[in-house]
Write a protein that binds this ligand. Structure first.
Ligand code: HEM
Length: 481
């Protein structure tokens, strides 16, 4: 009898425990995700809406994917399925603010699988740890005070670039040249590689890497993805060789501790006194090269495009830059004060970044279930923020397609509306570096030439950065001496 009482008690205990668990679980999920999923559709099995998402970009109108769905479903958030993942797109200034303020609380940065496969060693440790390490290193090298001493070097490289690639030519293709300019700068300022033959050795694999990074991840001979993996391995090997040599040069006093980011990374330890491994440093530098290369060259290319199309804007930039040029002694390089005087030019560059943001947006991953504007966002979902959802939205920028640099005068656009560099803890660490390289480029460009587009209605392709389909060929008209 006693045995049956015990069994009954155990039974009651298990049932009540299970009921409690079920009740608690339901209550918990009901309280954390009490609303419907955001409106939207998830498209085809597996591919979801990826093709529409990518193809609006290939046709030159990535904003169409966003605005069609804002009109159909909701202006704040809609559901979709992108790159094999359930996703929500957050729109508008509030969406940006929410994501940028909840980094590492409700969301964390997420990259498509193809990116992780091309950078295998960055998947050995969690991306969060990697990003934290990286974030600690970067500001020292990339903060405005540290960059000031590199303006002269940028000026010097820009002069060499313009005399090699632009001068004594009637016509040039802008995008490949802008690409070369930003790559030369990065090679010099990140790893002190200056010899054109050495730079050229990196350039081709680097382009293969950049174009295969966000591609369909099929690793078969000949696919862009396969070429990107091979290129990434090749560049990393080259970087490791440079790093080993630098260690020797630093030990022998042949290299300086401040000459570039490589020296800086080699000589900076974390809070436990640990130094970064060679391969880690190679990966970090590769990340910087990738982050800063096509983005800045796309921006420089669109600056040429808009200046060619808008003579009054060209005139404003020309006058400002010539005033600076005329105030310099022969052979004197640009300096920090000169950069600070380039106010109108930077407003023009910002207006270009608004209308043609090099990065269309980026992904986050939901770290937990949470509610946004009455909609449930389940843990694990990917969330996309899109620069165009504010940049081209009349709610935030009146007459949004009009090119108007005066939008950036005074206190400029409202918070979280102008986001070409993102925001919050993951905001682009290269923002200031990019500002300098773009302004130095504009200085040399307008000081030397007027120019006109050879193909007046050249198509724009966004894959994943915006680029004129034929590389923006222009006819050059050098200023009379
Ligand atoms: C016009 C030029 C540039 C634009 C428009 C741009 C834009 C961006 C944006 C929007 C992000 C944030 C993505 C996110 O929210 O997850 C980002 C991140 C990043 N950018 Fe830039 N960028 C530019 C130039 C550069 C340069 C020159 C460098 C290097 C010197 C650089 C290095 C990076 C790195 C390393 C990250 C990742 C940061 C992290 O995940 O914590 N970028 N960039």
């Amino acid at each position: 009898m006693e045995f049956y009482v015990s069994l009954l008690s155990l039974f009651v205990l298990i049932v009540s425990f299970s009921l409690h668990f079920l009740f608690y679980k339901n209550k918990h999920s009901a309280s954390s995700l009490s609303g419907p999923l955001p409106p939207g559709k998830t498209g085809w099995p597996l591919v979801g809406e990826s093709l529409e998402f990518l193809s609006t970009g290939w046709k030159g109108h990535p904003e169409k994917f966003i605005f069609d769905r804002i009109a159909k479903y909701s202006s704040s958030v809609f559901r979709t399925h992108l790159l094999g993942e359930k996703a929500a797109v957050f729109c508008g200034a509030n969406g940006n603010k929410f994501l940028f303020s909840n980094e590492n609380k409700l969301v964390q940065s997420w990259w498509p699988n193809s990116v992780n496969k091309v950078f295998p060693s960055s998947t050995q440790t969690s991306s969060k740890e990697e990003a934290i390490k990286m974030r600690k290193m970067l500001p020292n090298f990339l903060k405005p005070e540290a960059l000031q001493r590199y303006i002269g070097i940028m000026d010097h490289i820009a002069q060499r670039h313009f005399s090699d690639g632009w001068e004594n030519k009637n016509e040039v293709k802008v995008f490949p040249l802008a690409n070369r300019y930003t790559f030369w700068l990065a090679c010099r300022l990140f790893v002190s590689v200056e010899d054109p033959n050495h730079v050229a050795k990196f350039a081709d694999p680097f382009n293969a890497l950049a174009s295969g990074l966000i591609s369909i991840p099929i690793d078969l001979p000949g696919t862009p993805f396969n070429r990107a993996i091979k290129a990434s391995n090749f560049i990393r090997k080259e970087l490791v060789a440079i790093i080993k040599q630098r260690k020797i040069d630093l030990a022998e006093g042949k290299a300086s501790s401040t000459q570039d980011i490589l020296s800086h990374m080699l000589l900076t330890s974390d809070e436990n006194g640990k130094f970064m491994h060679e391969l880690d440093i190679a990966d970090k530098i590769l990340g910087l090269l990738i982050g800063g290369h096509d983005t800045a060259s796309s921006a420089c290319t669109f600056i040429v495009k808009f200046l060619a199309e808008l003579p009054e804007v060209y005139e404003g930039v020309y006058n400002e830059q010539m005033e600076i040029a005329n105030s310099k002694a022969p052979g004197e390089l640009l300096n920090w004060d000169d950069i600070q005087r380039m106010k109108y030019s930077w407003n023009v560059a910002c207006e270009v970044l608004r209308l043609a943001p090099p990065l269309q947006g980026a992904f986050r991953e939901a770290l937990t279930d949470f509610m946004y504007n009455g909609f449930s966002i389940p843990k694990g979902w990917k969330i996309y923020w899109s620069a165009n959802s504010t940049h081209r939205n009349p709610e935030f920028f009146a007459d949004p397609l009009k090119f108007d640099p005066s939008r950036f005068e005074g206190s400029g656009p409202a918070p979280y509306t102008f986001v070409p560099f993102g925001g919050g803890p993951r905001m682009c660490p290269g923002k200031e570096y990019a500002r300098l390289e773009i302004l130095v480029f504009m200085h040399h460009l307008v000081k030397r030439f007027r120019f006109e587009k050879i193909i007046p209605d050249e198509k724009i392709v966004v894959n994943p950065m915006p680029i004129p389909a034929k590389g923006l060929p222009v006819r050059l008209y050098p200023h009379k001496a």
